[in-house]
Design a protein around this ligand. Sequence first.
Ligand code: 9WN
Length: 465
Amino acid sequence: MLNAAPGPAPDATEEDLALRDRAAGVLRENDAGGWTRAAPRLYPHQWSWDSAFIAIGWAHLDTGRALTELEGLFAAQWPTGMVPHIVFRAGPDHPYFPGPEWWDCPNSVGTGAAPGLPAATTGICQPPVHALAVRRIWELTPPAGRPAIRERIRALYPRLVAWHRYLATQRDPEGSGLVTTYHPWEGTDNSPRWDRALARIQAPDPGPYTRLDARELGDPSQRPADWDYDRYLHLVGLLRKYRYDDAQIYRHYPFLIKDVFFSAVLVAANAALLDLADVAGASDGDREQLARWLDRGQAGLAARFDAGSGLCVDYDVRAEQDIRLRTFAGFAPLFARALEDGQHAGQCAGQRDAQLRALDSGDFCGDPRLRWRLLPSTSPAEPAFEPRTYWRGPVWPVISWLLTEALTALGATARAAEMRRDSLAQIAGDGDFAEYYEPFTGKPLGSQCQSWTAAVTLDWLAAPR
Ligand code: 9WN
C-alpha cells in the first residue's frame, strides 16, 4: 500500500531517507524547467514513457510539478492522438543522435498529422504509462491541493483518451486488442524480440552517420550494435517516406509487430483512466469506450498466451510468425494487471498461476546465478542473452517497477515487497541511479543519474517495508 500523502514511508530507515534525498536530487538536477531530461548527457530531451515514470517520482515531491511534466509532453501530442517518443526540447547545446532532422516530421507528415505539429518531435511512440502516472498523482495529492489538481486532470484527460484511441485504432486496425509497433525505439530498442524481423530487412542504406551514444558511455558493448543502428535509421527513412501515415505504413512498411508488452501497458493504462473517470468527469461514452478497449486488450493477450511455457508471445505481422523468445515481455498478462476480473476471468486465473510459476522458474528470477531475484530483460537461458547489453539481459528498474505494481494489484504482495526491497538494494549499491544493471553481478550499466530510475526509487521508498 502506498502512503496517502507524498513523503517517505513511516518506517523509513536512515538509509532510506538518504537514498530518497539522492533520488530527489537527481530529478531536481535533471529538471530543465517544467520538463525533465531523461538523463543528463545521454538523453538530454524529453522522452515519452520516461516522462510518465518521472511524473510518478515528482508526485512524491510536488504533485503540481508532476502534472506539469505530463502537460508539457501532451502539448506535443500529434493531431492523430499519438504522443511522440521524443520531444526535442533541449536545444542545440545538447546534441543527441538522431536529432529532429533525421525525422523531419514537419516536412514529412501526411494528412493524418498536418497541419502544423506543435513541437520538434520524432514520429513514433512509446508504451502508454502516462495514465498510471496521472492516477498516482491524484492518489498523492493532499486534500487541500485537490481542487486545482482535479481541474488540471480534467483538462488533460481528453488528451489521454485520444492517445489511447490512437493506439486502439490506428495501431490496431485488426481490432485484435494488441498494439502494433513500428520501430525498436518504441520502447525496448535492441531486445532480441526484434532480431528476426530486423534481419529480414534488405539492403539498409541510412547513409553516413555518427553515433554519440557509444562515445558518451565509453563502452559500446552496453549499447545496441551498429548492425541494429543501420536498421533503426533505415526504418526511420521508410517512416519518413510514408509520411508517418499509419494507413500507408500498414500497407507497405516491413516492420510491424504485435508487441504484447506494449499492449499490456495499454490494458493497465485503460484501467487507470477508468479509475480516474469520476475525478475527470468522463462522459458515459468515454467510459464505455475505455471499458471496451480494456476488455479487448485483455482478450488479445489471452489469445497470445502459450500454456506450455507460461509466457505470452509477440507476433510478427509481416512475416505472419510468432516470436517465441524468453524475455520480460512474456509476462505481459502480469503487466496488464487484469487477470482476475472481467469477462475473461476463468481463462485468466490459470494464466496468472502459470505466469507466477514461470517468473520464479530457473529461466527467470529462479536462476541461481542472479545477484537478486529480479526479472532480467532477456532470460539467461536464451541463446541471445547478453548480460551487459541493454535490453538483451540487464535488469531495468522501470520494468521491475511495473512488475511490483502488477504483483501488488494481483495480490502477490509478499513477492512484490521482496522485489521492491531487492530493487532498492540494487539501486543503493554501486553507481548512481543507473539506467540498467548486470543481472549476475549487480553492476550498474548505461547512463548514470537516469531520471526514471530515481523516480521509481522515490515511489518504492514511499511504500512501507
Ligand atoms: C532511443 C530514454 C530512452 C528510453 C528507451 C531506451 C533508450 C533511446 C536510445 O533510452 O532509448 O529512444 O538512444 O537508446 O531504450 O526505453 O525511453 O531513457
